[in-house]
Design a protein around this ligand. Structure first.
Ligand code: PXP
Length: 244
């Protein structure tokens, strides 16, 4: 089965545009859970632009689904993760000026910085995932570092879809397929996400080695028109169809 993690960051983005408590990302997490999500993903950014510390407290206390905490490899975030002990941590690159996580973490270049984070999180019993590009070097380093999961960045594939570039889409999809096969063969659990929509999810979901997709921005946007329950249910249906 291919799990669906629903990323609720952008419910918090809308809330924070006005301050106050509405719309509540924890309520969104509850609705996602009721609509067939297998997990909740939230990115606690250094600048707290969307998810806040109190959202993480409440997600841990009020939501039964596993929480996948996305975070940068910094001492502050490590302390928060070790205090909460979420089901999973996904280490991501983070730049203040970026609008979203633009690329994968370069764990080959950043090995000496990232490896101690992987070790300390894993020792605390937290499933550690590394958000990387679909690149054989990065996958080999993830294995050597002792991560249990790699999440493949699907951004380049989705950008090619937006540009209507079928050739680039096919190329990026092939890279994702090869990376999923490679990661799986090395004993890593392989996830994927970033930028996926109803139009782009099927070929990715059809990759048999993938165990989890994490999807956020499109679902929250679609929820404006169709409600979050229907958006999540439809995405779940497309994933199931692709796997059938
Ligand atoms: N996976 C990771 C590691 C991410 O950083 C993000 C974006 O926060 C996602 C998945 C979800 O991407 P999107 O919001 O574009 O669906």
């Amino acid at each position: 089965m291919l799990r669906l993690g629903v990323n609720i960051d952008h419910v918090a983005t809308i809330r924070n545009a006005r301050g106050g408590a509405h719309p509540d990302p924890v309520r969104a997490a509850r609705q996602a859970a009721e609509s067939g999500a297998d997990g909740i993903t939230a990115h606690l950014r250094e600048d707290r632009r969307h998810i806040t510390d109190s959202d993480i407290d409440r997600l841990m206390a009020e939501i039964d689904l596993p929480l996948n905490l996305e975070m940068a490899a910094t001492p502050e975030m490590l302390e928060i993760a070790l205090r909460h002990k979420p089901h999973a941590v996904c280490l991501v690159p983070e730049k203040r000026e970026e609008r979203t996580t633009e690329g994968g973490l370069d764990i080959a270049a950043g090995h000496n910085h990232i490896a101690p984070y992987v070790r300390q999180l894993a020792e605390a019993g937290i499933r550690v995932s590394l958000f990387i590009e679909a690149d054989p070097v990065q996958i080999a380093v993830a294995e050597a570092m002792g991560a249990s999961v790699v999440e493949l960045h699907t951004g380049a594939y989705c950008e090619a879809a937006i540009a209507g570039d079928a050739k680039a889409m096919a190329l990026h999809l092939k890279r994702l397929q090869l990376a999923a096969t490679d990661g799986h063969a090395r004993g890593l659990e392989v996830h994927a996400g970033h930028g996926l929509t109803y139009d782009t999810v099927r070929p990715v979901a059809a990759i048999p080695e993938l165990a989890e997709l994490n999807i956020g921005h499109f679902l929250i946007g679609e929820a404006i028109f169709r409600g979050l329950r229907e958006a999540v249910t439809t995405m779940r249906g497309l994933i199931a169809e692709a796997r059938a």
